[in-house]
Design a protein around this ligand. Structure first.
Ligand code: 8LE
Length: 466
C-alpha cells in the first residue's frame, strides 16, 4: 500500500529535484487522489511510527503517555489515537521554562536545529520553535506541493508581504516558493512607509503570487487607491493568506477578489504545525480549506473530550505532524473553531474540507447575555454594508449587571448623513447577530489598520481579562 504512495517514508526525505509533469494539477497524483480509507490506513501506521520516535527521543512525550497509561504500540485504530491526551501551549511553555531553550519535546540532536522562530505574542513568555535542517527541506517540499495545487508554477514571481523575523508564516511561504523554483521577493511588512513601497514594487514586478494576512491585503488596496493605482494592475493571479480568519469570510474574500482581481486562497493551521499550509484551498477547489491528511493529520474534535466529531459537525482542530522530527506535535490543541465535511472536491483531491475555513479562536468568541458572537461575523456583515468605511472596533463592557457590545464602524458618509447609516447598519447588524448592539460611526480612515493580524475586540469586562 504505502509503496504506491509517492515518496512516503519516515523519517522523510523528498527528492529535492522532483517536479511534477507540467500538465498535472497534482504534485503527487496518487497521494492526493487515492481512496481516503487506503490513505488513512497508511496514516495510522505512520502515527504509531511518529509516536514511537517521539517516546524514545523525548521525555516530554514519554512521561505524558506513561501518565496516561498508553504506549505507541496501542495505537491500532483511530479510536485509540483519539485517547492520546492533547498537547497544550501551556505545557510547551512549562517544558521550555524547565528545559531551556527548546523544551524536552525537542526530539532531534540540538546540532540538527537549522532555524529558530517563535511566538510573537506580546503577553507571557515567548515559545521557541526549533526546526531541524532536514525538516526544513521537508517543509519546503510539502508547501511547494501545496503552492502547485494553488496553481503557482516554476518561474512565477511570488511576493511575500508579511512580517519576517519571528513569524514563521513568511519564511514558510518563502521556502516553499523557492523549492517550487519560483522567484521570491521577501518584501516583508510592518516598517514605516513600507506599504506604499509595496505598491510601487507590485506595480513594477507584476508577480503571479502574493502571500500576506487578509487584513494586510485590504490595507494595501486602500493605500494603492490613495496613490491612484488600481490594484488590478498588479496582475496578481493567486493570493494566498494565513494568520487569521478572512480569506474564508465571504464579504472579506469578495472585497479582496474585487480589489485585486485574483484567486483568493485560504490556508494555515499554526506556526508550531509548520508545514502550516497543510490546510489549504486549491485552484480547483478555491473555497474553504482542504485537509492534506498525508502531510499533517487534522482532526476536528469536541473541545471538551477531544474526540473527533462526525463530518458535518463543528469543533476544534487538533493537529499531528506526520513528518517532523525536531519538535513533532502530536495532538496539538489549537483552541480554534471550525466545521468539517467530506464531499467530492471539484479538484479531485480526496481530502476532507473546512468549508468555512477556521472561524476564529474559542477565546475570542464574545459571550454576551447568553449568546455567542464571533468577531468574524461582525466583519462579514459590515463589509457587505453600503457606505462602510473599511474598519471597525468592537468594545465589550459591563454596565451595572449587563454586558454591552458597542460596535464602532467607519463610514464614508459625511457628518449630516451619519444617523441614516447608523440606523441602517446598526439594526441590520443587530438582526444578523441576534444580540443587541450599540452602534456608532466614525470617519473613514480613522481606526487603526493592521500591519499583521487585526485586533478589533476590546473587552473591558473584568472577568474576561486575561
Ligand atoms: C483562520 C499559520 C500561521 C503561520 O500563519 C500563523 O498565523 O501561525 P500562528 O502565529 O501560530 O497563529 C496561529 C493562529 O492563527 C491559529 O490558531 C488561528 O487562530 C489563526 N489562523 C492562522 N491561519 C488561519 C487562522 N485563522 N484562518 C486561517 N487561515
Amino acid at each position: 500500500m504505502s509503496a504506491r504512495m509517492e515518496e512516503w517514508a519516515f523519517p522523510t526525505r523528498y527528492d529535492q529535484s522532483y517536479l511534477p509533469d507540467p500538465d498535472s494539477p497534482y504534485w503527487f497524483p496518487h497521494r492526493e487522489t487515492m481512496d481516503p480509507e487506503e490513505r488513512n490506513a497508511a496514516v495510522l501506521v505512520r502515527l504509531r511510527e511518529v509516536m514511537e520516535y517521539a517516546s524514545t527521543t523525548s521525555s516530554f512525550y514519554k512521561d505524558k503517555w506513561d501518565a496516561a497509561g498508553l504506549e505507541p504500540a496501542d495505537i491500532t485504530s483511530f479510536e485509540a489515537f483519539e485517547q492520546v491526551p492533547v498537547v497544550t501551549k501551556q505545557e510547551m511553555r512549562e517544558s521550555q521554562a524547565n528545559h531551556p531553550p527548546f523544551g524536552d519535546y525537542l526530539c532531534c540532536d540540538p546540532s540538527e536545529v537549522h532555524h529558530i522562530h517563535g511566538t510573537s505574542g506580546t503577553t507571557g513568555a515567548p515559545t521557541a520553535f526549533a526546526l531541524g535542517r532536514r525538516d526544513w527541506e521537508v517543509i519546503a517540499d510539502n508547501q511547494a506541493r501545496i503552492l502547485w495545487g494553488m496553481g503557482l508554477r516554476p518561474g512565477d514571481t511570488v511576493f511575500v508581504a508579511a512580517l519576517f523575523s519571528l513569524y514563521l508564516g513568511s519564511w514558510g511561504a518563502m521556502t516553499a516558493a523557492e523549492r517550487l523554483r519560483c522567484r521570491v521577493l521577501p518584501f516583508g511588512a510592518g516598517a514605516q512607509g513600507m506599504t506604499s513601497r509595496a505598491v510601487t514594487w507590485l506595480a513594477r514586478l507584476k508577480p503571479a503570487g502574493f502571500y500576506a494576512t487578509p487584513s494586510y491585503a485590504l490595507r494595501l488596496a486602500e493605500v494603492a487607491e490613495k496613490e491612484k493605482i488600481d490594484p488590478r494592475e498588479f496582475g496578481l493571479k493567486v493570493m494566498f493568506f494565513s494568520g487569521e480568519p478572512g480569506a474564508s469570510v465571504p464579504t472579506v474574500r469578495k472585497a479582496i477578489e474585487d480589489a485585486f482581481g485574483a484567486t483568493v486562497i485560504d490556508c494555515g493551521t499554526m506556526a508550531e504545525m509548520t508545514p502550516f499550509m497543510s490546510a489549504s484551498a486549491t485552484a480547483g477547489t478555491p473555497d474553504g480549506m482542504l485537509l492534506w491528511q498525508d502531510i499533517v493529520w487534522h482532526e476536528v474534535c469536541d473541545p471538551g473530550t477531544f474526540r473527533t466529531v462526525p463530518y458535518g459537525g463543528e469543533g476544534t482542530p487538533v493537529y499531528t505532524h506526520l513528518e517532523r522530527t525536531s519538535q513533532p506535535m502530536i495532538r496539538l490543541a489549537s483552541n480554534d473553531l471550525t466545521r468539517w465535511v467530506m464531499e467530492d472536491n471539484p479538484c479531485g483531491r480526496t481530502y476532507p474540507k473546512l468549508p468555512d475555513g477556521v472561524y476564529g479562536r474559542i477565546d475570542d468568541m464574545i459571550h454576551i447575555r447568553g449568546e455567542n458572537v464571533y468577531p468574524t461575523e461582525v466583519d462579514n456583515y459590515l463589509r457587505g454594508v453600503a457606505d462602510y468605511g473599511g474598519e471597525h472596533q468592537i468594545v465589550v463592557r459591563r454596565t451595572g449587571s449587563m454586558d454591552e457590545m458597542i460596535v464602532r464602524a467607519e463610514t464614508t458618509l459625511p457628518e449630516g448623513r451619519r444617523s441614516e447609516f447608523e440606523q441602517r447598519a446598526g439594526s441590520g447588524l443587530q438582526s444578523f447577530l441576534g444580540v443587541r448592539v450599540t452602534f456608532e460611526s466614525v470617519d473613514a480612515n480613522t481606526l487603526e489598520r493592521a500591519e499583521h493580524k487585526s485586533r478589533r475586540v476590546v473587552d473591558e469586562r473584568e472577568h474576561t481579562k486575561r
